[in-house]
Design a binder for this molecule. Structure first.
Ligand SMILES: O=P(O)(O)OC[C@H]1O[C@H](OP(=O)(O)OP(=O)(O)O)[C@H](O)[C@@H]1O
Ligand code: HPA
Ligand SMILES: [Mg+2]
Length: 187
């Protein structure tokens, strides 16, 4: 059977590089909150599922975990600009510190919608923890709520990336590293 690695042109971050950075982010979060004001981590499905799972297992606080679903890319590489929000929160975030956990921030559309949503639900602060940030593609500037902080893993160059939760047309999320697909794999 051909290896999945043969679909990838370039690996941008290896499994070990990601793992070290995730540990650092978790330490930062653990140091910024106390057990009394422990945050709710809200993963943005589907892309954040692996990052969230690795992040929470390295946080030294009794955190709550929940999910929302937002989708704006469908089967392509361009944002529709209007994230479709589905799958609502189970946890009541009123008066709580929330950390939105994302695999990647690209145009900023998804985050700005979700931050507004969490603010409307009464979160006392909204932070963002994103493995990747692609600032060159930003269209919408997102504003954190209250004392919210932006925890960022790596700055991503202007490529459409896959792996570690990120997909092209729902494939490649299972790669343990982040890379760029070979052009022929977009067809
Ligand atoms: O900053 P933006 O331009 O909004 O892009 C970032 C969002 O796009 C991707 O999700 P997608 O909509 O592809 O859904 P998915 O998580 O199910 O893959 C990614 O997981 C982020 O949630
Ligand atoms: O580069 C990307 N890869 C996968 N999903 C994405 N959603 C926004 N940007 C990306
Ligand atoms: Mg997503």
């Amino acid at each position: 059977m051909a290896s999945l690695r043969s679909h990838i042109e370039t690996v941008l971050w290896t499994k070990d590089e990601i793992s070290s950075r995730v540990t650092e982010l978790a330490s930062e979060i653990s140091a910024d909150f106390g057990a009394a004001d422990s945050p709710v981590l809200v993963g943005v499905a589907t892309g954040a599922f692996i990052f969230l799972a690795d992040l929470v297992r390295n946080i030294q606080l009794p955190v709550s975990v929940d999910f929302v679903r937002a989708e704006s890319y469908g089967c392509g590489t361009l944002s529709s600009g209007v994230p479709k929000l589905s799958l609502d929160l189970k946890v009541d975030v009123k008066g709580k510190h929330v950390i939105l956990v994302e695999d990647i921030v690209d145009t900023g559309n998804t985050l700005s919608s979700l931050i507004a949503y969490l603010e409307s639900k009464g979160a006392s602060s909204v932070s963002v923890c994103a493995l990747l940030d692609k600032p060159t593609r930003r269209k919408v500037h997102f504003q954190l709520v209250g004392e919210g902080k932006f925890y960022r893993g790596f700055e991503c160059p202007d490529y459409f990336v896959v792996g570690y939760g990120m997909d092209f047309a729902e494939l490649y999320r299972n790669l343990p590293y982040v890379g760029v697909l070979k052009p022929e794999c977009y067809n």
